[in-house]
Design a protein around this ligand. Structure first.
Ligand SMILES: N[C@@H](CCC(=O)N[C@@H](CS)C(=O)NCC(=O)O)C(=O)O
Length: 217
């Protein structure tokens, strides 16, 4: 049985974004059953957990003694087992891998930078000074994505695991209007997230937090 590790609870700003959702969605698309191990923030630093995830983060993926971390690497691993997520043709699979890296390496750092400015340090003077350039960097990437998606429903000829990841990277901008301002990209995000597997994964991801709120939250 596949087991993924997720936080028992995350604050509302991270619910629907925490990266176990990426795995849940992929496993739903692939039709692979899985169980979830929930950990608390305090468990991140234990020696045993660092033995699974060197940086004390979630998610972790375990199956038959294989332990994986880094959500995109895990997505790629899952996708290799299901044509629903990645073509069996080597050239098409390589294109999907390219887009997985683009989502993680070309889009997500700029998105994450803005998320940190807006949600973690909104009152800091350095954050206020830096924000315009951070917004401009995100917009530049969204424009590049928009140009690519013009006339396409998905990043390549059909939905793949890369669309799953890209749409969740975009989702992290939900506290802004930046995606809504780029209609091609917004329509793409909504197209990906209209899939039943996303609805199921999101419902399970959110349900797992119920009743786990810390007393002070
Ligand atoms: N690059 C990693 C990032 C993982 C990550 O940032 N996980 C967050 C939750 S979504 C986390 O564990 N944050 C707590 C921490 O970094 O201590 C991946 O994609 O798996």
């Amino acid at each position: 049985m596949i087991r993924i590790t997720a936080f028992r609870w995350v604050p509302p700003f991270a619910q629907g974004l925490s990266r176990d959702l990426r795995l849940r969605w992929a496993l739903e698309e692939a039709g692979l059953p899985y169980e979830v191990r929930q950990i608390g923030f305090e468990d991140r630093d234990s020696k045993s957990y660092r033995g699974l995830q060197p940086f004390g983060q979630v998610p972790v993926y375990e199956e038959d003694g294989l332990v994986l971390f880094e959500s995109a690497a895990i997505l790629h691993h899952i996708a290799r087992r299901s044509e629903a997520l990645m073509s069996l043709r080597p050239d098409e699979a390589a294109r999907t891998t390219t887009w997985l890296f683009a989502a993680m390496n070309t889009l997500e750092p700029h998105v994450q930078n803005l998320v940190e400015i807006d949600l973690f340090y909104p009152k800091e003077e350095w954050a206020k000074a830096r924000r315009p350039k951070a917004v401009a960097a995100v917009k530049k990437r969204l424009d590049g994505l928009s140009d690519w998606l013009d006339g396409r429903d998905y990043l390549e000829r059909r939905f793949t695991v890369a669309d799953l990841l890209m749409s969740l990277v975009l989702e992290a901008l939900r506290h802004t209007d930046l995606v809504a301002e780029v209609p091609t990209v917004d329509a793409y995000r909504l197209r990906c997230q209209a899939r039943p597997a996303y609805a199921k994964a999101l419902a399970d991801h959110l349900a797992a937090f119920a009743g786990n709120e810390p007393a002070a939250a």
